[in-house]
Design a protein around this ligand. Sequence first.
Ligand SMILES: [Zn+2]
Length: 69
Amino acid sequence: MTREADLPCSDCGSDLIDRAVPAHELPLGSSVTGTVTVAVCPECGARHYPDETVRRLTDGPDRSLTGSP
Ligand SMILES: [Zn+2]
């Protein structure tokens, strides 16, 4: 199983670190509660979203990410 944190940063090549961050702090997760796992680059601060996290942010009961006001 490949995790984002096992891959180097696509921007600078540094090793990524798994971080649990509040979903509402993410641009995608404004309607999702709780925390999600994000792979963060300690060097340049880039965030990489694992598939599981993306799915959780986009498949939630509240789909207010795009469209209706
Ligand atoms: Zn980086």
